[in-house]
Design a binder for this molecule. Structure first.
Ligand code: MN
Length: 272
């Protein structure tokens, strides 16, 4: 099953284990979490393609990662092993429980910041996909008092507000990484019910009800940051979308997220 045309997580209920291939072949090590079940190859491919799209669109560089909640078990999620996202393939996708323990690690490297994903999935049942990046135009907004605002309709989800997570507030001086459950929990708390959270002097996280929506938001958060910088340079007050405009425009975006996905997917395939 592909979720391209799925408008919401309800589409996951269409998931069928028939004709499915294992996300992680074979059983895990003793004591490892049980797998949520087999996943269709096309879905694993979509996760890999999403990583390559984020790289292509300037959201990821050598770093950054995304995940999808397991379609068969909400207490599991799927994510690439640790590698540059532009190089991700379907057979790189691993399965984790929400404490970020691999179901079948088989010696593969894991992203240090996978706790961003697990902790958000724990508290946001509406979220089925998470994108963490250091997309460069966004980072400055994590450093200054100026808040990110929605510059245009495609970034309407930003009008609901973009909180900033400052890891220093709770943890003092750190390596800045969300490298454990406790830090992930605080980040998820900062995200609250929003679609994007910035991470001071680090990056950002975009979430959505599907892979396509989360990628859409990650890409348009980066685009919005560039536009806001341009608007700021022009001077004067910025007539950004207000909350109500954001809500109305986001409903349209929500329904049309498959359009950019199909385009980006085609471009990513050509770039591969
Ligand atoms: Mn990071």
């Amino acid at each position: 099953m592909r979720i391209t045309s799925c408008a919401c997580c309800a589409g996951f209920n269409l998931y069928s284990s028939a004709a499915a291939a294992p996300a992680d072949a074979g059983g895990g090590a003793p004591g490892a979490p049980r797998s949520g079940g087999t996943v269709e190859p096309a879905l694993l491919e979509d996760i890999a393609i999403a990583s390559r799209i984020c790289a292509m669109e300037g959201v990821f560089d050598a770093f950054g990662h995304l995940s999808l909640r397991h379609p068969g078990d909400p207490r599991r999620f799927l994510m690439s092993r640790s590698k540059a996202p532009a190089l991700t393939n379907a057979d790189d996708i691993m399965e984790f429980d929400l404490d970020c323990i691999a179901c079948d690690q088989r010696g593969r490297g894991m992203f240090l910041e996978r706790f961003i994903h697990g902790e958000i999935y724990k508290v946001r049942p509406d979220v089925n996909s998470v994108v963490h990046s250091h997309s460069p135009s966004v980072v400055p907004f994590s450093l200054v008092r100026n808040q990110m605002r929605a510059m245009f309709h495609n970034a309407a989800f930003i009008a609901q507000g973009v909180p900033v997570f400052d890891i220093r507030e709770k943890f003092g001086a750190t390596d800045m990484l969300v490298g454990g459950i406790e830090k992930g929990r605080e980040l998820a708390r900062a995200l609250a019910d929003k679609s994007v959270v910035l991470m001071r002097a680090h990056g950002s996280v975009a979430v959505g009800p599907s892979l396509q929506h989360a990628v859409f938001r990650a890409v348009y958060t980066e685009v919005n940051a560039k536009l806001q910088l341009s608007a700021t340079l022009l001077g004067g007050p910025i007539a950004a979308l207000d909350e109500e405009e954001g809500r109305l425009a986001d409903a349209v975006n929500f329904a049309s997220a498959s359009r950019p996905w199909e385009l980006w997917k085609l471009k990513a395939a050509g770039a591969a």
